[in-house]
Design a protein around this ligand. Sequence first.
Ligand SMILES: Nc1ncnc2c1ncn2[C@@H]1O[C@H](COP(=O)(O)OP(=O)(O)OP(=O)(O)O)[C@@H](O)[C@H]1O
Length: 681
Amino acid sequence: MEEPIKKYPLDAKDYKLYEEIGEGVSASVYRALCIPFNETVAIKVLDLEKCNNDLDGIRREVQTMSLINHPNLLRAYCSFTAGQNLWVVTPYMAAGSCLHILKSSFQEGFEEPVIATLLREVLKALVYLHNHGHIHRDVKAGNILVDYNGSIKLADFGVSACMFDTGDRQRSRNTFVGTPCWMAPEVMQQLHGYDFKADIWSFGITALELAHGHAPFSKYPPMKVLLMTLQNAPPGLDYERDKKFSKSFKEMVAACLVKDPKKRPSSEKLLKHPFFKNARSTDYLEQTILAGLFPLGDRFRMLKASEAELLMQNKELYGEKEHLSQQEYIRGISAWNFNLEDLKNQAALIEDHDELSNTTDLNRSLKPQNNLNDADLSAERSSTDMSDHSDSASHPEDEINELPDLESSFATFPIKPIQALKGCFDVCEDDVGDENPSDNDQQSAIKPSVETEEQEAERNDADHFGQSSFLPKPITDEPRRYLSGSLLPDNSFSSKKSVADVDRDHLQSRFQTQRNHSGPLQFRQKHKVINSSSAEDVSDGAVVQRKGRFKVFSADHNPKALVFNPVSSGVTSPSIASVSATSIVPYLQSVLQHNTMQREELLRLIKFAEQIPGTEYAGSGINEISQIPITSPRERELKYQVIQLQQSIGSLVEQLRILKTKNAQLERSLSSLSEKNSIQE
Ligand SMILES: Nc1ncnc2c1ncn2[C@@H]1O[C@H](COP(=O)(O)OP(=O)(O)OP(=O)(O)O)[C@@H](O)[C@H]1O
C-alpha cells in the first residue's frame, strides 16, 4: 500500500530553528526541527524584500524544487512566507556541501573512488534534469550536498533554466548565469545561447574541484577567469602532476571540458564512462569522508570565522578594491559587474598574482604555504593529449605575462565576448547594501529561537550522524515536463499565506530583519551610475534579464554605450586654412552631422544622469556627502562611491560643455566657409 503523502506544515510556528548551516548569495540556511513530525529539516530563509526584483526567479526555484522527484536532487518539502521572508523547507543534509567538507578536512581534494562515487550521483541527477528539459547551470561542489549516510543531492535551482522555455525565458539562456570558474565558455561567449551541455562543462570543472580541493583558476579574479576560460586551453588533469589519478578519470574530465559543446557527451552518455565503474556505494563515503567530521553548524561557524579573518588580512594587504574582489571570490562570486573598467582593474590585480594566490584560496591560507602556486597552476593546466586541449602548452607564466597587454588580448577574443565586456551588458547586483548601524543587532535577532546548548546537544548528536533522516516520499509518480511554467500563483508561496501571516509575523518578528542575506554583497561596490537600481528605472527597457542580484542590460539600451569620447570620435580636423573651401565643405558637413549625433547622445546621457534620484551634479553633492559623518566602513565605502558617481557625472557635464563649444565653433566655420564657397561659385 502506498504511504500517505507527508504534508509539511506551512506555518513558522511549527518549526524550531537552530544554528545557521549555510549561507548563499540569496539566503541563509538553518538546521531546524519540524515540531509535529519531530524531524530535523533544513530551512532556507530568503528575505523577499531584498529579492523583490527577482520574485519570479525565486518562485521558479521553489517550484522546481517542489516538483522534482529524484533521490539525487534536493527537493522542497514545502515553502511559505514568514513576515518578509520566504522559508523553503528541505531535507537536512547533515554533512553539508562537498565544498564545506573539502574546506574543512580535504583541502588537497578527495581520493578518486570518493570522487567517482560523488560524481556518479550528481550525474544521475543531471540525467534526470536534462531528460526533463532542465539545465541546472550551477553545478559545483558547493551545491552537492551530502547526508550523514553518504547519500548525495544536487541543490540550488536558483539559476536553473528550462530548455522548453520560450520568449523571455528562452532569452535567459542567452545570458550570463552561473559562477565564473564553473561557467562553460559558450555561456560566457553569448554567441548562440547554450544548452544542457553547459552543465557537462561545469560537471568537469567540479570533478577538478573535487580532485584538487579548488576549482581551476579559482585564485584569479572573476574577469581573469573569464579571459582564461575563453582564451586558454581547457583545464584538465595533468598527466604528470596528477599521477595519482587514473587514465579513465583524466579522460572523463577531458571529455567534459571540450570547448565545443557539441563535442561534449550528454549526461546519459557520460554516465556510461568507464570512470564511473570506480564508483562505490554511498556508505563508502560515510566511512571515508564523513567519519570524524565536526557537526555541520560548527564547521560552518569555523569556516566563516576563518573567512572573515582572511578577508581582513587581504584588506590590510591589498586595500579595499582587491579586498572586494577577493571577498567576492572566496564566497563563490555570485554578484559582480561585467564591464571593461572592471576587467582592466581586476586584471591589473593579477600583477600581485603570487600574493593573491596565497591569500585567495581560503584553504591554503589556513595552512603552511609551500610554493603552491606553481603546483596549482600546473595542475590546472590542460593535459596534453586530450581532445580539444591542443593548446595546453601555454604556461602559467605566459598567462601572467599576457596580462598587462589586456587591450591586445582583446583582439584575439571572439567578437561577442569583447562586446559583452565592453558594455553590451552589465550584470549587477541589485541588492543595494542597505546595511545600517542597527544591522548587527538585527543579525543577532535573526538567530534562531535557540535552545540552550545543553538542551540541544543531545538532539544535535543524534541529528548529525546518528539519527535517520527522512527521505522524501515521492510526491509525483511521473516526472513532469515544463517544470518552469508559472504554476505558482503570483505573489504567493503558500496557500495559507494570507490567513497565517499575521500570527507568523508576530511569532517570527525576529526574522523581520534588514539583514543583508547575501553576505558579501553588503560590501559590494556600485561601480557605475548605470548599475544603480535607479539607473535601471530610467532604462527599464534595457534590462534583458534579472537574476537575483544581477541585472543584465542589452547593448542597445546600455546608456554607457552612449558615452562619447571626443578624442576617439574618429574625426580629425584638417587645417582649415590649408585646404580649399570646396574640398572642405563635405568634410565639415560630415563633422556637423557627427557632432549633431554626438550632441543628441550626450543630451540623452545627461538626461539619464539627471534622472538618478538624489544625484546632483558635482560640486554641491560632493560637499553634502562629505559632510555626512562616517560611522562604519560600509558608510565610508558608500560615500566614496557616491562621490565617484558625482565626479563622473561632473566630468560628463564638462565633456558636454567642451563638445558644445567645439560644435558651435565648427558650425561657425562651416557657415563661413559655405558662404565663401557660394560667393566663389
Ligand atoms: N538542505 C541542506 N542541508 C544542509 N546544508 C544545506 C542545505 N541547503 C543548503 N545548505 C548549505 O547552505 C549553503 C547555501 O545554500 P544555497 O546554495 O541553497 O543558497 P544560495 O543562496 O542559493 O547559494 P548560491 O547561489 O551561492 O549557491 C549551501 O552551499 C550548503 O552548504
